[in-house]
Design a protein around this ligand. Structure first.
Ligand SMILES: *Cc1c(COP(=O)(O)O)cnc(C)c1O
Length: 377
């Protein structure tokens, strides 16, 4: 096994990232712009490096959550358009302009404020408008007439995009997505009838892309998870997914120590585990301080020398114990895989999410800054 240079690290495959992006582009076709979502540091894959790689692969738009995330990409030299999706506060307005970010507007009063900014700076400013079509989070809920009246008061703005977000895209057992889509279409048609036809209409994140809900694609899609190689399981009568993607991130840790414990020995905090036979215990350089879920105490699995081995006892802040009895060749200094694949066995973010009572997004986003990042081809 190669020598470890880090205590715990993630390896991010650029070629898989690009392959996932291309698979999405191929699925949606050339009429639909693919805007990779790189919020939350690209689901901890590293927003700058992910955006650089995808920009080279042809991406012309990226979506982030906050102005701060957008500014970081600009400062790293990203030149593609950057959409700020999760709103901004008055103190962030200047930075939106200065760093050439494209805001999503979520309230009609903000539209008026943005118009005043455009007038003050003598520039035509682009924005996307978000409708709350039934998710009950951010977005405009007013009727189309009110939106039209507000847009008419904004001659200095370029209304470039109309968007919404689905609350239950993975739930094929509820009509919520259809209802949201119908609401979106009704408002879009009323706006179009008086001449407001934004260049982009976008509604779909990973699930409606992957499951081929074409009526939601508009002419722009916003994949996050799929870019990183994940598609959430859906429930209810769903068609087979059309998209094939592969996880981009592999998470590894190093074996610090290996020791033999006799039967009947406690392991770790709270003696949550007692050995039932002589046990070869491996101590790993990872814990919940790195984002390895504490909930994996006595439940987790890692891959050691190509075999799945169980976590024993409590995951602590910096260390985790595993049972290496059946992986006798593993020595201190060797690497094990916490998340990823070795040969035919794999542990992915879906599995960790299930075992720790959360969702795969949360598993990826929890990987802490203490975990080094290595980009590989
Ligand atoms: C996070 C997010 C996305 C991407 O979602 P995935 O399920 O990861 O593809 C798209 N649109 C909005 C508004 C989001 O907040």
């Amino acid at each position: 096994m190669p020598e470890c240079r880090y205590r715990t690290w993630v390896e991010i495959s650029r070629s898989r990232l690009v392959a996932n992006y291309r698979a999405i582009c191929d699925l949606v076709g050339p009429q639909v712009t693919v805007m990779p979502v790189v919020k939350a540091d690209a689901y901890r894959h590293g927003a700058v490096e992910v955006s650089r790689t995808l920009e080279q692969a042809g991406a012309r738009w990226f979506a982030v959550s906050s102005v701060e995330e957008g500014v970081a990409l600009r400062q790293a030299g990203i030149r593609a358009r950057i959409l700020v999706m999760a709103d901004f506060l008055p103190f962030e307005r200047e930075a939106v302009l200065e760093f050439d970010l494209t805001p999503v507007i979520h309230r009609l009063e903000d539209l008026a404020a943005w118009e005043r900014m455009a007038e003050r700076y003598g520039r035509q400013l682009s924005f996307h408008l978000k409708l709350d079509t039934g998710m009950g989070r951010l977005g405009i809920r007013e009727p189309a007439e009110a939106i039209i009246a507000a847009l008419k008061r904004c001659p200095s703005l370029n209304f470039e995009g109309l968007m919404t977000h689905f609350a239950s895209a993975a739930h094929y057992d509820t009509p919520q997505t259809e209802q949201q889509l119908a609401r979106f279409k009704a408002v879009a048609e009323q706006l179009a009838a008086v001449g407001f036809r934004p260049r982009y209409q976008h509604l779909a994140a990973t699930v409606p892309i992957a499951y081929g809900r074409k009526e939601t694609w508009g002419n722009m899609v916003r994949p996050g998870q799929a870019i990183y190689g994940y598609i959430s399981p859906v429930r209810g009568p769903a068609p087979a997914p059309l998209l094939k993607v592969e996880p981009v991130l592999t998470w590894k840790a190093t074996v610090l120590d290996v020791k033999e414990l006799p039967a009947g020995s406690p392991v770790g905090y709270g003696a949550m585990y007692w050995t039932t036979r002589p046990t070869r215990l491996g101590i790993l350089t990872v814990g919940y301080g790195d984002g390895y879920p504490h909930r994996l105490s006595n439940r987790g699995r890692v891959i050691a020398a190509g075999r799945i081995v169980p976590v024993l006892g409590a995951v602590s802040m910096d260390l985790t114990a595993v049972d290496l009895t059946h992986a006798p060749e593993v020595r201190p200094g060797d690497a094990v895989t916490l998340l990823g694949r070795e040969g035919r066995v794999s542990v992915d973010a879906h599995w960790i999410a299930k075992a720790s009572g959360t969702i795969s997004y949360n598993v990826l986003c929890s990987i802490s800054s203490r975990v080094s990042r290595v980009y590989v081809d």
